[in-house]
Write a protein that binds this ligand. Structure first.
Ligand code: ATP
Length: 254
């Protein structure tokens, strides 16, 4: 798939809340077919940036174009081609997974096959269960399923694996990779650097409302090393996560 054409163009975005400059002149492009990561410490402005692109929040200054269309002028059209992962706490608990997906599809005037969508996130066998009966990893996968009902071109995931155990996290990575292989452009935020290295073609690193670096994970590491960076502790060939996965297995026990 061509990764040359920008599907998202963010130009000089600014957003202030009272005295807090949450987003301070952010510009970047996301190419069609990319997995693009936004990284940064707490309060860096990642979610605010994401929510402006998702048309949930309005910027004070700057511009966001999706497929060349201004996000706010064409918010109705934009909403047809994006999928936003909601937190599982925002789902009604009196409906089962199949019923919830049908309800979301009705918001888009679409008829869907809930089993097909649940299959994409490996929840086929949970179709008749309710959100509260799911594990944390299953809830996260369901929230991706809900974002897929309108067959989006772009999927936005805000910290999709926060709070999950290593097995559930690896499983969710497979789901995200699968969606990207099906042609969906993915923009995600994460606090897990390993996740960014595993999934993202390019990452933007934000700090205090600004982008301080933007490149492939490999290039960012090479630039750091070229500038003379040396780790104080020698890196071992395995880490504690490898030990954990070795002892508890890669399989899910949900
Ligand atoms: P985290 O990693 O903790 O989720 P973030 O990088 O996503 O952080 P934002 O949630 O975008 O950061 O917040 C950026 C700044 O804007 C923070 O200082 C935050 O307190 C502030 N902020 C965010 N939303 C609001 C709001 N609705 N009202 C006031 N201030 C806000």
């Amino acid at each position: 798939m061509s990764k040359q054409a920008p599907i998202i163009q963010v130009k000089d975005l600014h957003k202030t809340y009272g005295d807090t400059q949450a987003v301070d002149g952010v510009s970047f492009e996301v190419m069609k077919g990319e997995v693009f990561g936004i990284l940064g410490p707490n309060g860096a402005g990642k979610t605010t940036t994401l929510e402006i692109i998702e048309t949930i929040r309005k910027q004070d200054r700057g511009e966001v174009l999706i497929n060349g269309l201004d996000c706010h002028q064409h918010s109705h059209k934009i909403k047809q081609i994006i999928g936003v992962q909601l937190q599982s706490s925002s789902f009604f608990d009196y409906l089962n997974l199949k019923e919830l997906l049908n309800l979301f599809a009705s918001f888009y005037n679409r008829t869907i096959d809930p089993s097909e969508i649940l299959g994409k996130v490996e929840l086929t066998d949970k179709a008749n269960q309710r959100i509260k009966q799911l594990s944390g990893g299953q809830k996260q996968r369901f929230s991706i399923a809900a974002a897929l009902v309108n067959q989006p071109e772009i999927l936005f995931l805000d910290e999709p694996t926060t709070g999950l155990d290593p097995q559930a996290r690896h499983h969710l990575w497979d789901v995200i990779r699968g969606q990207n292989q099906d042609g969906i452009t993915i923009v995600l935020t994460t606090h897990y650097m390993e996740e960014a290295e595993e999934l993202c073609n390019r990452v933007a690193i934000m700090n205090q409302g600004k982008i301080v670096a933007i490149d492939t994970p490999d290039n960012l590491i090479k630039i750091l090393l070229k500038n003379g960076f040396k780790k104080e502790r020698k890196v071992q060939e395995a880490n504690l996560e490898d030990v954990f996965l070795h002892l508890t297995g890669h399989g899910l026990r949900e």
